[in-house]
Design a protein around this ligand. Structure first.
Ligand code: ADP
Length: 671
């Protein structure tokens, strides 16, 4: 039965009463179940109008008095009373009978039968009136039942709606914002704020207010719990606390009101947000519109509590979700940043994830692998993965080789069984293996390099010892100078080796001093002049006189210059020309060694700075060397924060450029 039905029933009763009582008007008001005040009603008049004398709702009206006392009032002639009821004049009433509509002791409403002329209510009238009153009471009771039902249905709908919206939002902030908005619109209140507990303080996380309110909620603001006693009480008692600002006994202290809601709130409710044994925070509801009587009746408080409980569950779920997301992000970061390659296979042995390091090592992109079986990469059978699959046991880090799209690679690979697949973790040790191989080469190389000069020293010494056949002084001189040259070569080789190993071990003491670059270059040129003359090579230097001094280690820089110059001479053609050019560039010095010699094949360029590396054609053409000069030169440049660059064209020549940073003061002085 809807409101319409109730009104119709009441109107029927009123119309019958109007007719049978020959009255001028009949009106019936129903009491609000929660407040007891008169509200809904119907009014019929003999003139045919349907009008409700709403001023009869005033507290001092007759109807209000009947509602309050539950006793009927009969006035035969209002004018004979010293205090006529206030509505009498306005509606021109002379006689009134007002009867309570009762169910047991409860007053459900008031029926008033009015006359514009004096009317003596006799027994028959009273019986009739009593019967109308009881008919109206039935209608009123129905109306209340209906209102109850409707309210329940509304509440259910409301709870369902909140539950639905909350369950569809997953992130915490989304959940809180939806909740705040939903609470304001469903409960038809002015505003709402949600605060969450963080240790011993409370921070406002979400808020919502009706559009007409110009409110700037303090989102993100945090308050120590001790500064909000009412809120603290709500949390510790786990009970909602209603407040009314016009009631000193329940009013919220102004600073709390302003912290949680805003000034000008007339009534409200502080609700703890808690789930089994855990308080998450509070929801504060506020009502500003004073005409909204009894915004927070016990019934509504119950409803709010039910909603708060649902909200707390949603918040907890969102917090959990957030934690899961954070955990996931953490794991993803670890995977992404791990320097080892990590790859997982699912229970069907299909690739389920891999990190960027794994992509780089395998030379395959995630999209080429995910959801597919691992391509047959392992060159050795059975692979560590096969072993893990067979035994379903962990395979500790093992050396293995794979055929990656970028060529063969040495890996150190471990396999661990997962609850639903396998985890492969691996690192690329190709380079380490190469160094290992190189080391063995180095030993072989060094022995060889030491042996060659030693062999010729030995041979010539033996000849000299045996005494030259015709003690030819020029021949002896020749032999001795060869011995001398080979000894120098040996000494140089050993020096280079020692310097290199000291530099590499970081034990080389770099002693910096102010040096003139042009002097150093001159020194190197003169120490290599014999070598140059022998091959008829001219050396030209172009070093600006105003170059700032270098702040560097003399020995290291000199070795570097000598090695680069010696190479330029060695690899020039007979009668060629070598240039040494220094230039000052932004913040650094560039020193180039330019030759027009044999040049370096492109494929060798990336390797020439490696230890003992020598271009094959050089070795074959009988040019001597140890393959250490460039390594040493590079180390020397790097020890000074510099680099060496090379440009070369096979058959045309090479340019090696050393870039050395200039001290900061030099930069600013000269630029
Ligand atoms: P080496 O003692 O053999 O000169 P380096 O380390 O100085 O050893 O040089 C390594 C290799 O690089 C040389 O063997 C040579 O093949 C090549 N190289 C170095 N400098 C030059 C150059 N100026 N022109 C051509 N090839 C060069």
């Amino acid at each position: 039965m809807g409101v319409e039905m109730v009104s119709k029933l009441l109107r029927d009763v009123a119309e019958n009463a109007l007719k049978l009582m020959e009255a001028d008007g009949v009106y019936i008001f129903l009491c609000d179940e929660e407040t007891g005040e008169l509200g809904l009603g119907v009014g019929v008049w003999a003139s045919g109008k349907e009008e409700l004398p709403t001023d009869t709702l005033r507290k001092d009206s007759l109807a209000a008095r009947v509602a309050a006392t539950g006793l009927p009032i009969f006035l035969d002639d209002i004018e004979s009373y010293p205090h006529p009821p206030p509505e009498a004049r306005r509606w021109g009433l002379r006689a009134v009978a007002s009867l309570p509509l009762k169910r047991e002791e409860a007053v459900l409403g008031v029926l008033s039968v009015v006359y514009r002329a004096p009317h003596a209510f006799d027994d028959a009238d009273l019986r009739l009136l009593a019967s109308f009153a009881s008919q109206a009471a039935v209608a009123a009771e129905n109306a209340q039942l209906y209102a109850d039902l409707e309210a329940k249905a509304n509440e259910l709908a409301l709870l369902l709606k909140v539950a639905n919206t909350l369950s569809s939002s997953l992130t915490l902030s989304q959940t809180l914002n939806t909740l705040a908005e939903e609470v304001v619109s469903s409960l038809d209140i002015t505003l709402c704020s949600i605060a969450l507990l963080e240790n011993d303080s409370l921070s406002i996380q979400a808020a919502f207010a009706i559009r007409s309110l110009n409110w700037n909620p303090p989102i993100g603001k945090s308050f120590p719990l001790s500064s909000l006693p009412t809120l603290q009480r709500a949390i510790s008692s786990n009970r909602p606390i209603p407040f009314r600002q016009d009631d000193p006994a329940s009013a919220l202290p102004q600073h709390e009101l302003e912290a949680l809601l805003t000034k000008g709130i007339s009534s409200g409710l502080i609700l703890p947000l808690s789930t089994a044994g855990r308080t998450l925070g509070t929801i504060s509801l506020g009502e500003m519109r004073r005409w909204q009587r009894a915004a927070f009746t016990p019934h509504r408080i119950n409803l709010c509590q039910a909603m708060a409980h649902q909200a707390a569950l949603a918040i907890e779920r969102a917090q959990l979700y957030q934690k899961t997301i954070e955990e996931k992000q953490r794991t993803e970061t670890i995977l992404r940043e791990a320097s080892a390659g990590l790859l997982t296979l699912d229970s069907n042995l299909l690739v389920s994830s891999l990190n960027p390091t794994a992509e780089a090592i395998l030379g395959l992109k995630a999209h080429q692998l995910i959801g597919k079986p691992l391509p047959s990469l392992f060159t050795q059978q059975p692979s560590p993965l096969d072993l893990a699959i067979q035994s379903h046991k962990r395979i500790p880090p093992t050396e293995t080789t794979i055929a990656s799209p970028k060529g063969p690679k040495d890996l150190l690979l471990a396999v661990a069984p997962l609850p639903d697949g396998f985890l492969l973790s691996f690192s690329d040790i190709t380079r380490l293996k190469e160094i290992d191989r190189l080391k063995s080469n180095i030993v072989a190389n060094v022995s060889h390099e030491l042996r060659t000069p030693l062999a010729s020293i030995k041979a010539y010494t033996e000849i000299l010892l045996e005494g030259l056949e015709e003690d030819d002084p020029s021949l002896r001189h020749k032999f001795l100078s060869i011995i001398n040259q080979e000894t120098d070569r040996l000494a140089e080789l050993i020096d280079n080796l020692l310097d290199l190993s000291r530099l590499e071990a970081g034990r080389f003491q770099v002693t910096r001093q102010l040096l003139s670059l042009s002097q150093l270059v001159q020194e190197a040129v003169s120490s290599l002049s014999i070598q140059a003359q022998r091959r008829n090579i001219s050396i030209h230097t172009d070093i600006p006189p105003n170059l700032p001094p270098l702040h560097a280690d003399r020995e290291l820089i000199l070795t570097m210059i000598k090695n680069l110059l010696s190479n330029a001479i060695k690899f020039s053609h007979q009668g060629g020309r070598v240039d040494i050019v220094a230039k000052r560039e932004q913040g650094h010095l560039a020193l180039s060694f330019v030759d027009r010699g044999i040049g370096i094949p492109k494929e060798d360029l990336p390797h020439i700075f490696e230890k003992f590396y020598r271009v094959r054609s050089t070795t074959e053409s009988g040019i001597t060397g140890s393959g250490l000069g460039l390594t040493l030169a590079k180390q020397a440049a790097e020890a000074h924060g510099g680099t060496i660059e090379v440009q070369s064209q096979l058959g045309k020549g090479s340019t090696f450029t050393v870039i050395l940073p200039l001290p900061r003061s030099e930069e600013s002085e000269h630029e």
